[in-house]
Design a protein around this ligand. Structure first.
Ligand code: 89V
Length: 340
């Protein structure tokens, strides 16, 4: 068994806790949880039958944790990951890895210096629909991808479950754009240039709530990558990402409702690629929740086999470089080369 500790027992962490519990059969053993808020710590500890702490040092010093899942907000990631690294405890960090790339690099470099395994919980690419698209591309059914539109557009009230999102200095690109930028890399490879226009369409949030980005990939493919929390359309696809990829011999399109249509050499076929609800998932969050289960399963497998996670710290810095390039592009109205 791999002994797992979890810090940060808030809204989204419930998905991580349920996922670890589901992965018992794969060798995951949740052994302790921690939250600064004693009520949250106690609720999670009692629900999942493990000791609970409000002090992370106490939890880590109690010993036995091999893998620490840090599900707090980004501001505390450097501080908490340093505590794990100095005790040689492997770490999974929630996205976004940090508020800025300099801090993200410092976190990754510190883990490298200490020789500690570190991964970023970038979950979108582990969702069932996204994995099916990747499999279509890899199967060569559509040929060489050369254009894409990857779109996360919603007006769902994300501020209710995550009120801090209305107050952050960087919103659409850093919170959800980071997911779609990661998908652009996952499907079409590394990026040469990016341009971006941002908008703050909802006056009661502090930062940009809409980002429209154009990427030129090293392969020559071009993608339009969109993220907004202020789309007033029905039906609202939240939290689905809609994908259109055109390629030399066909296309793959994932539409709202998880219907994937693959066109291959002039023949089109559609199928439902969603997954059934789990006992702890519900709509509309299910697509995001089941991605957490697959992400945790991947993390566990990679850690146990001593290999890097697909979304290792080093990998995620490449996605983070796109985030920074997008902000710079939006500020200067120019296309920007990412710095990694
Ligand atoms: O998955 C996430 O990153 C969440 C939300 C779906 C609201 O963007 O923060």
């Amino acid at each position: 068994m791999t002994r797992i500790g979890l810090v940060g027992c808030g809204f989204y962490a419930q998905n991580h806790l349920n996922a670890w519990s589901d992965l018992k059969g794969m060798g995951a053993e949740l052994v302790a949880v921690c939250d600064m808020d004693s009520e949250k710590a106690e609720a999670a500890g009692k629900k999942f039958g493990v000791p609970y702490y409000t002090d992370v040092d106490q939890m880590l010093d109690a010993g036995g944790i091999e893998l620490l899942d840090i599900v707090t907000r980004m501001d505390s990631h450097r501080f908490l990951s340093a505590k794990a690294a100095e005790r040689k405890i492997a770490t999974i960090l929630q996205k976004p890895l940090a508020p800025s790339i300099d801090e993200a690099i410092a976190i990754v470099e510190n883990a490298e210096r200490q020789g500690v395994w570190l991964a970023v919980h970038e979950n979108f690419r582990f969702g069932t629909g996204m994995r099916r698209i990747k499999a279509v591309i890899e199967s060569d059914a559509i040929g060489e991808p050369n254009w894409a539109r990857i779109s996360f557009r919603t007006g769902y009230d994300v501020y209710r479950g995550q009120p801090y999102l209305a107050q952050v200095d960087r919103l659409a690109i850093l919170d959800s754009g980071i997911h779609v930028l990661d998908l652009a890399r996952f499907f079409l490879g590394e990026v040469e240039r990016i341009s971006c226009e941002t908008q703050r369409r909802n006056p009661s949030v502090k930062a940009e709530d809409t980002a429209t980005m154009t990427l030129r990939h090293v392969s020559g493919a071009v993608s339009v990558v969109e993220a907004t929390y202020e789309s007033r359309r029905m039906p609202d696809p939240f939290p689905e990402t809609l994908v259109e990829i055109e390629a030399s011999r066909g296309a793959v399109v994932l539409a709202h409702g998880q219907t994937m249509t693959v066109t291959s050499d002039g023949k089109a076929q559609s199928e439902y690629v969603g997954s059934p609800l789990l006992p702890w998932t519900s709509d509309p969050w299910h697509v995001s929740q089941e991605a957490v289960l697959h992400t945790n399963a991947h993390m566990l497998e990679a850690f146990r086999s001593g290999s890097e996670a697909a979304t290792s710290g080093a990998d995620n810095l490449k996605t983070f470089a796109l985030v920074e390039a997008a902000y710079l592009a939006a500020r200067t109205h120019r296309s920007v080369r990412p710095e990694r």
